[in-house]
Design a protein. Structure first.
Length: 132
């Protein structure tokens, strides 16, 4: 938590750093596991896959709050309390669309925090489309 630099990924947790990804080392880590990126754009996706047995579930927030419906990408789900999240049952790397909006809003911060399972983070993809 604090000030983040634009387009820099911040990771928390225990990971094996491979040439092409970050792999979480345990399904029951001693501290929270998350990735944060500050970005400018109106579309953002993440490429990840689960590791170990069971599904991966991760809470996804935009500027510290659940993602509003008008910004939610096609892979965002909402629980009964309105919290936005993604789920992965795939062991193969898969793209998950987190944000897809025609509203350009400037700098935003997105956080993906693992709540169940373990993950391998491969990449973030950020797109900027300006609507006139």
């Amino acid at each position: 938590p604090g000030a983040y630099e634009l387009n820099k990924i911040y990771m928390n947790g225990n990971y094996i750093v491979n040439p092409n990804n970050y792999q979480q080392t345990s399904v029951t880590p001693p501290k929270p596991v998350y990735a944060i990126i500050k970005y400018i754009g109106n579309k953002i996706s993440i490429n990840l896959n689960k590791t170990f047995e069971g599904n991966l579930k991760a809470i996804v927030t935009l500027d510290g709050a659940p993602i509003p419906n008008e910004y939610a990408g096609k892979d965002i789900k909402f629980d009964e309390q309105g919290q936005s999240y993604i789920e992965s049952i795939n062991e193969a790397a898969t793209d998950y669309e987190l944000i897809n909006s025609n509203i350009y809003t400037g700098e935003r911060t997105i956080k993906i925090e693992r709540t169940e399972g373990a993950m391998v983070l491969t990449k973030f993809t950020i797109e900027i489309e300006k609507y006139i």
